[in-house]
Design a protein around this ligand. Structure first.
Ligand SMILES: Nc1ncnc2c1ncn2[C@@H]1O[C@H](COP(=O)(O)OP(=O)(O)OP(=O)(O)O)[C@@H](O)[C@H]1O
Ligand SMILES: [Mg+2]
Length: 332
């Protein structure tokens, strides 16, 4: 490990933050399993993230996303497996890692009765920032998050989007190299979401590594790489193009098609029952379907009013298909 590194806007971070060996992954998770009594929350999950990556982590409710983040942040123990952050073991070096990691939890604890400034100062103190370091850092963080005009406002008087910005400001006040964001944009409007993502990109361009969970497909599409966890297992990992090419996402002998017709929604139940139609769902004024190739002609014949064209699978299509694939495997 080498010496201190400037992270945000050229600032030298507090307390001698050290830089990882450049080629080593920033997060290296190997065969992680997490159990709570009889519940296996995470089952044999492995992945690694490089410096400056913006990694999106998706999966249904209860699939193990938050558990992985909590374990990587040293808040809960791993039942088995190993993980390092910046080369440090998450179990043995938990205290040291906390200085290098920012964590915005799913229900981030802002103090509603305190002002924006007081919340930032509270978290800065919790991270042990000196008064001098904080004075410098507050300037940067206000510029980065545009929170300046709200600095003296009570949190209870902020809208959801601004609260999320403040939560992010608090989570990164100590200039962490690695940031875990657990559903950072849940429930906020598209414009506020976009500007938060702009912020993530700004930081990731400066070398900060992001691990972000989301249920929003448009957000997933912005990530350089993605992981999809289902029933505690990581069932997809890679860039969007890599996921598109996965054999499970492109079942042989079947095509993804876009079907259009007036009042298409009324046709949906019949389309779903049609032999050879494996998946069908409404997308705006069209239906996206995964259809066995042998069913294409009969489909044309049965529904002459449909206009049909081939379709690239969307991320949602890929995840749904992968999920069905696993469900079918489980049912034997
Ligand atoms: N402290 C705990 N004690 C017992 N079980 C837990 C605990 N924390 C999580 N679990 C269980 O572990 C599983 C994974 O939960 P986790 O919170 O990691 O899911 P998630 O993917 O983050 O879900 P969501 O999208 O709803 O946030 C669930 O079955 C959950 O009930
Ligand atoms: Mg969660």
């Amino acid at each position: 490990m080498s010496g201190p590194k400037g992270l945000s806007n050229g600032e030298v971070p507090p307390q001698g933050v050290s830089q990882p060996v450049s080629a080593a992954p920033v997060i290296d998770a190997r065969n992680l399993s997490i159990r709570f009594g009889d519940v296996t929350a995470v089952n044999d999950v492995s992945f690694h993230l490089d410096r400056g990556e913006l990694f999106g982590f998706l999966g249904p409710n209860g699939s193990g996303k938050t558990s992985i983040i909590r374990a990587l942040c040293g808040l809960i123990p791993l039942s088995s497996g190993q993980a390092t952050i910046l080369g440090m073991d998450v179990h043995r070096h938990a205290a040291e890692i906390k200085r290098h990691v920012g964590y915005m939890s799913q229900r981030f604890g802002l103090y509603e009765d305190l002002t924006v400034q007081e919340n930032i100062r509270f978290y800065a103190a919790a991270y042990g920032l000196s008064t001098q370091a904080l004075t410098l850092r507050i300037e940067q963080i206000l510029e980065l998050t545009s929170l300046g005009p709200y600095f003296t406002r009570r949190v209870s008087q902020l809208s959801g989007g601004w609260k999320q910005r403040l939560a992010l400001a608090c989570a990164i006040i100590h200039s962490p190299e690695v940031v875990f964001l657990d559903e950072p944009t849940a429930g906020i409007d598209p414009v506020a979401r976009r500007s938060l993502w702009d912020l993530f990109f700004e930081l990731s361009a400066q070398g900060v590594t992001f691990f972000v969970t989301t249920h929003y497909m448009d957000e997933a599409e912005r990530c350089g790489r993605l992981g999809y966890i289902y029933l505690s297992r990581l069932i997809a990992l890679g860039s969007i193009d890599e996921l598109r090419r996965q054999p499970e996402a492109n079942p042989p002998g079947a095509s993804r098609i876009n079907l259009e017709a007036p009042s298409i929604a009324l046709l949906l139940p019949r389309l779903r029952r049609f032999p050879g139609v494996r998946e069908a769902t409404i997308f705006g004024r069209a239906v996206h379907a995964l259809v066995e190739d042998s069913a294409l002609e009969p489909l044309h014949a049965a529904f002459p009013q449909l206009s049909i064209r081939n379709l690239q699978p969307s991320l949602e299509d890929i995840f749904v298909t992968l999920t069905y694939h696993i469900m079918k495997g489980e049912q034997g």
